[in-house]
Unconditional design. Structure first.
Length: 153
């Protein structure tokens, strides 16, 4: 996911298989007409992008907030999930499965791991542990989405 600023728009580029596509799309209509909601929405999208890129650019964030009067558009990109065989093996390993497993078996393992690592289920107030579980949860989610897309096509 990427954010671009143009003369007239704020463009959110997002992969068509992204977990966030439906979330962003469903919230976009309500935020485009409300300035305060739009700023919060843009900050959230920015921080999602920054977390994925593992770097922050606060100057860009300020520029983004200052441009929040512009309309927001979504550009859906073709799948970026064209992975090498080695990367696919890593996804199988992450989900405790292998290439011979069926999609339903992989899904069962995905759901079991998602329950374990879901951020809402962390009992500890340890911030590092919560962040670790959240990161693991998103990796599990992404691995399942990639394998589901690969197996289905």
């Amino acid at each position: 996911m990427k954010i671009r600023l143009t003369k007239d728009y704020i463009i959110i580029e997002i992969d068509k298989n992204s977990y966030y596509l439906s979330l962003i799309s469903s919230n976009l209509e309500s935020v485009n007409n409300n300035q305060l909601k739009k700023e919060d929405f843009l900050k959230t999208v920015y921080y999602l992008c920054a977390k994925k890129a593992k770097k922050q650019n606060l100057q860009f964030l300020n520029k983004l907030i200052n441009s929040s009067y512009k309309k927001i558009k979504i550009e859906i990109k073709k799948s970026l999930h064209v992975k090498t065989d080695e990367n696919l093996k890593n996804h199988y390993v992450l989900l405790n499965s292998n290439e011979k497993d069926s999609l339903s078996t992989i899904r069962k393992r995905y759901l079991k791991l998602a329950k374990i690592y879901h951020p809402d289920r962390v009992i500890h107030k340890n911030k590092n542990l919560v962040e670790e579980y959240t990161e693991k949860f998103y990796k599990i989610q992404q691995a399942y989405e990639i394998l589901k897309f690969k197996i289905a096509s």
